[in-house]
Design a protein around this ligand. Structure first.
Ligand code: COA
Ligand code: AMP
Length: 625
């Protein structure tokens, strides 16, 4: 087995040769001649001029190679009480017809299709059907409310929306169709049609001529052939939280994505074609896009799609049951899921009930894994625990430990070493590269490797502004941390207003905009409070307008309901506190970091620039009461 240092060195010495070699993992219609084109887009483009089809690479080529009977997808849904094994040949047959149904509705290469679906195989097939036509899908996570869905519809301007009638959450059926109808009502852009996947748990009301039954349309359609697209054509847009109210439309291209993901399955995950892997994420997030759908299928691996929770469906042994039952080699999940399991099965009594002899490693991402949780699970499992750091923008790990390159040492709390393709450094605010061990802004030397976002949807200037302007020649990750003497990267938290709630990336700025919209609120701040399971949870501090005498408890309940209505349950916004004033600097900047420390039980130093130190005492008193 090649070792990490030599492969990383190979990439450093000759990056284009490294990626040209990786490109051989993909079936191209026109093979790449130019590996990197520095003149295109905000920082350049990978494999310009080459052509391929991503759904062909995920499905057809495996069937053509004689692997049609191999399982592509295992759908395991404790929520619906269903278990299905879908072979590569069956998946291809469905994707061809769903693509045909989209074609009948007028979807062509370059058109956008918004997909609003829960964890059902049809979500993956819808993505692949878009890819087949060269259409650009944009998945929206089910936990968002209508205004968030509407913002994405307005930005992506889809020709068609594919949605399910409902999602299944413990104890409740989430009806998607009324949310979709409300979102379309709120949008200035209107799609031409909707394809609705009717689930048994709840059948949606259909608007004749506008809503089409997904399964009927699929059955009636002629199979569609894969459309050859440029490597640089967009495969999908995935919206994520930024620092402004407008979500950022992260663009993923076809060629770089296929190459980088296939290579990552080899070197990071160490899984071979025919083996089974499970990413216990949601298809609505980047981890789900990459490691439930695209990467395993590109590599001919069997992927598990799980509609359930780590606890309560039925218990904290659910993950280990799935691993045993399907003989999965690796599990990829978020630390928050482990903390939920740890809380209910600290001694591992449930874990020990299952035969995990086939499981070879646990991958963790989405948020920093606190060292006690990393150590706890490593001791219980006695298998490598691989924390890997990445972002929606990168689409695959920036840092990791490498099952395919000999594992680097386990350091609980560290995200591991940079994947070949990434040169990661900590940089001072003044833009100087810091020495090992010094904390600063984590940045990646340009160009970003294949698979990372080349731009934001129809917003190249926004991309430059958000990621490239602060440190010329570098991509600003928005994370703070350090690189140690061994080259291991430690990610300590965000430098902006993004918070990570149960592995979900959210913006406190957007929540502040919602609170500020309440008629009784004069000003507000949303800060992150530490939470034993979710990592962070948002907490609002609000100042009422002069003369407002309504009961503070009622206003607080209205604020919680407002965030749920405008952003969605995923925001997990459950608490707000009315305070007389917010602490500010003399220049008027709200001291959020100081309040955050108070909220988390710390005693922060009083900032020298504070306008009125007495306000901090008022905040402390408010928390104490
Ligand atoms: N559709 C509709 N609603 C959803 C939803 C979906 N797809 N996903 C979550 N929600 C709702 C939940 O029902 C909950 O609603 P409630 O306020 O009425 O209870 C709310 O959003 C918050 O959900 P969640 O953050 O999932 O909290 P939880 O208490 O239900 O579960 C965990 C906690 C830790 C078990 C759960 O968050 C989890 O499994 N997290 C892992 C996340 C993950 O894998 N992220 C991938 C990043 S790599
Ligand atoms: P998302 O775009 O939703 O994947 O969220 C990306 C953000 O999650 C990163 O910028 C980090 O702040 C955080 N994150 C993801 N993975 C890790 C990790 N392994 N360690 C620390 N932080 C992480």
């Amino acid at each position: 087995m090649a070792d990490y240092a030599s492969v990383y060195g190979q990439w450093r010495n000759a990056p284009e040769a490294y990626w040209a070699d990786c490109a051989r993992l993909i079936d191209w219609d026109v093979a790449p001649e130019q590996i990197f084109d520095p003149s295109s887009g905000p920082y350049g483009a990978w494999f310009s001029g080459a052509r391929l089809n991503t759904s062909y690479n995920c499905l057809d080529r495996h069937v053509k190679a004689g692997h049609g009977a191999r399982t592509a997808l295992i759908w395991d849904s404790p929520m619906a009480g269903r278990l299905e094994h879908i072979s590569y040949a069956q998946a291809l047959a469905r994707v061809e017809k769903i693509a045909g149904a989209l074609k009948t509705l007028g979807v062509e290469k370059g058109d956008r299709v918004v997909v609003y679906m829960p964890m059902v195989p049809e979500a993956a097939f819808a993505m692949l059907a878009c890819a087949r036509l060269g259409a650009i899908h944009s998945m929206v996570f089910g936990g968002f409310a209508a205004p968030e869905l509407s913002a994405r519809i307005n930005d992506a301007r889809p020709k068609v929306i594919i949605a399910a009638s409902c999602g299944l959450e413990p104890g409740r059926v989430v009806e998607y169709k009324p949310i979709l109808d409300m979102a379309i009502g709120l949008s200035t852009h209107k799609p031409a049609a909707c394809l609705i996947f009717q689930r048994e748990a709840c059948r949606a009301d259909m608007k004749p001529g506008f809503d089409h039954d997904f399964l009927e349309a699929e059955a009636a359609a002629a199979p569609a052939a894969p459309v050859s697209v440029l490597a640089t054509d967009p495969l999908y847009i995935l919206y994520t939280s930024g620092t402004t109210g407008r979500p950022k439309g992260v663009v993923r291209d076809n060629g770089g994505h296929a190459v980088a993901l296939t290579q990552s399955i080899k070197i990071v995950f160490g899984v071979e074609a025919g083996e089974t892997m499970w990413a216990a994420a949601d298809v609505g997030w980047a981890v789900g896009h990459s490691y439930i759908v695209y990467a395993p299928l590109l590599a001919g691996v069997t992927a598990i799609m799980y509609e359930g929770k780590p606890v309560g469906t039925p218990d904290a042994g659910a993950f280990w049951r799935v691993m045993e039952q399907h003989g999965a080699k690796i599990l990829f999940t978020a630390p928050t899921a482990l903390r939920a399991i740890k809380q209910q099965d600290f001694d591992g009594t449930l874990l020990k009930k299952y035969d995990l002899s086939k499981m070879q490693a646990l991958f963790l991402a989405g948020e920093r894994c606190d060292p006690p949780t990393a150590t706890w699970i490593q001791e219980r499992l006695q298998k490598p625990v691989i924390d890997n750091w990445w972002q929606t923008e990168t689409g695959w790990p920036i840092t990791a430990r490498f099952r395919g390159l000999g594992l680097t040492p386990f350091k609980p709390g560290s995200g591991g070493r940079p994947c070949p393709g990434y040169d990661v450094r900590a940089i001072s605010d003044a833009g100087e590269v810091l020495s090992p061990g010094e904390t600063g802004n984590l940045a990646i030397k340009l160009p970003l490797p294949p698979g990372c976002a080349p731009t934001l949807w129809e917003n190249e200037e926004g991309y430059r502004e958000a990621y490239l302007k602060t440190f010329p020649g570098w991509y600003k990750t928005g994370d703070a941390g350090l690189v140690d003497e061994d080259g291991d990267v430690w990610v300590m938290g965000r430098t902006d207003d993004v918070i990570n709630v149960a592995g979900h990336r959210l913006s406190t700025g957007v929540m502040e905009e919602v609170l500020a919209g309440h008629p009784d609120i004069a000003e507000c701040a949303v800060i992150a409070r530490a939470d034993g399971v979710k990592g962070e949870i948002p907490f609002g501090l609000v100042v009422l307008k002069a003369g407002v005498t309504r009961d503070a408890d009622i206003i607080q309940k209205e604020l919680v309901a407002l965030v749920r209505e405008k952003i969605g349950p995923v925001a997990a916004f459950k608490d707000a506190l009315v305070v007389p004033r917010l602490p500010k600097t003399r220049s008027g900047k709200i001291l959020r970091a100081t309040m955050r420390k108070i909220a988390n039980g710390e005693t922060p130093a009083v900032p020298a620039t504070i306008e009125d130190p007495a306000v901090l005492d008022q905040i402390k008193d408010a928390f104490a009461s």
